[in-house]
Design a protein around this ligand. Structure first.
Ligand code: 9D3
Length: 260
C-alpha cells in the first residue's frame, strides 16, 4: 500500500513513521511512504502557503493552489497497476467522520491513500470539495494540525496489512474477544505491595484461564464502555460470564457505599 502525506512538516511524518510497526513495514516494503510539502508547490518568491480568511476573523488558512498541486503530484506518481489504481484522498480535520476500526479496515484495501494534514485554522473549503474524497477526524479533541492524525491513520492501517505483525499479534487481532476491552495482564513479581497476581493465572488450567480472561474483558467493557457492549451480540457463554462478573462485582462492592 502506498501512503502519501501532504504536509508542511514532512520531517515529522518521516521521523515518526520510521519506528516500530510502521518502520518495519516500510523496511519490508509492505507499505511505501512519500511526503509532499505544499511549500514546494508555491509560485511566489516568499513561498506563501497561507492567507487571511474572507469575512475576517482570527488565524490563517492554507491556500488552495499549493495543496492542489501537491495532491496532483502525489496521485500522478503512483503508476497505474493493470490500467487502474484504487486511490482515496482524505483531508484530516476535526469536522471529519470519526475514525473507527471498520473504516480503517475498508481503507486497508486501497492501493493508495493520500492523507492531507492541515495547519493553521484549516484549508480553503474548495480544496475539500474539489480535491478530496473524504474528511476524517481522529476524535473529539483538539490537536494543532493533521500530521499526528495522519500518523495515527498510517499506523492503524499498516497493522492490518498481511506480513506486518508477528504470528502471535495477528492471531490476537482476529480473536473472538474483539469489540471488547482487553483483560488485565500481569508479569513478575507475583506480589507487588499487597496486590497479588490472580490465583487462576498461576493455576496452569488453560480453560479456566481463558474463561477468566473473557469474564474480565466483558466486565471491564460493561464498566468502562457500555456503548461497546450494546453494539455487540454476546454468546450464551459470554452472557453467563458477564452475569458472574456483575455478581462478583456487587459482592466486592459490599460496604463501599453507592448502591444505585
Ligand atoms: C482551536 C481552533 N479551532 C476552532 C477555531 C479550529 C481548529 C482548527 C484546526 C481545530 C483544530 C485544528 C487542527 N486539527 C487538525 O488538523 C485535526 C484534528 C483535530 O484537531 N482533532 C481531531 N481530529 C483531527 S484530524 C486533524
Amino acid at each position: 500500500m502506498q501512503f502519501d502525506v501532504v504536509s508542511l512538516f514532512p520531517d515529522m511524518i518521516n521521523a515518526a513513521a520510521g519506528y516500530g510497526v510502521t518502520g518495519r513495514a516500510l523496511e519490508r516494503g509492505i507499505v511505501k511512504l512519500s511526503v509532499w510539502n505544499p511549500r514546494d508547490y508555491t509560485q511566489d518568491r516568499h513561498k506563501t502557503v497561507d492567507d487571511r480568511p474572507y469575512g475576517g476573523g482570527p488565524g490563517m488558512l492554507m491556500k488552495y493552489q499549493p495543496l492542489h498541486d501537491a495532491v496532483i503530484d502525489a496521485v500522478q506518481t503512483l503508476k497505474p497497476i493493470a490500467g487502474k489504481t484504487d486511490t482515496k484522498v482524505v483531508y484530516l480535520s476535526p469536522q471529519g467522520k470519526p475514525l473507527t476500526q471498520a473504516l480503517l479496515m475498508d481503507a486497508s484495501r486501497l492501493t493508495q491513500l493520500v492523507l492531507v494534514a492541515g495547519r493553521y485554522e484549516g484549508v480553503d473549503e474548495r480544496f475539500i470539495c474539489l480535491d478530496c474524497d473524504e474528511e476524517w477526524s481522529i476524535g473529539d479533541y483538539v490537536i494543532s494540525g493533521g500530521e499526528l492524525a495522519a500518523l495515527v491513520v498510517i499506523d492503524a492501517i499498516t497493522r492490518l496489512l498481511p506480513g506486518t505483525l508477528g504470528d502471535e499479534e495477528s492471531a490476537q487481532q482476529d480473536s473472538h474477544s474483539d469489540g471488547l476491552l482487553d483483560c488485565p495482564h500481569y508479569t513478575r513479581p507475583e506480589t507487588l505491595q499487597d496486590h497479588a497476581v490472580p490465583e487462576v493465572l498461576l493455576s496452569g488450567n488453560h480453560a479456566r484461564i481463558a474463561r477468566w480472561r473473557m469474564k474480565q474483558a466483558l466486565g471491564r467493557t460493561w464498566l468502562r464502555r457500555p456503548d461497546l457492549l450494546e453494539a455487540k451480540l454476546l454468546s450464551v457463554e459470554q452472557q453467563q460470564l458477564l452475569e458472574e462478573f456483575k455478581i462478583e462485582f456487587d459482592i466486592k462492592r459490599c460496604g463501599h457505599e453507592q448502591h444505585n
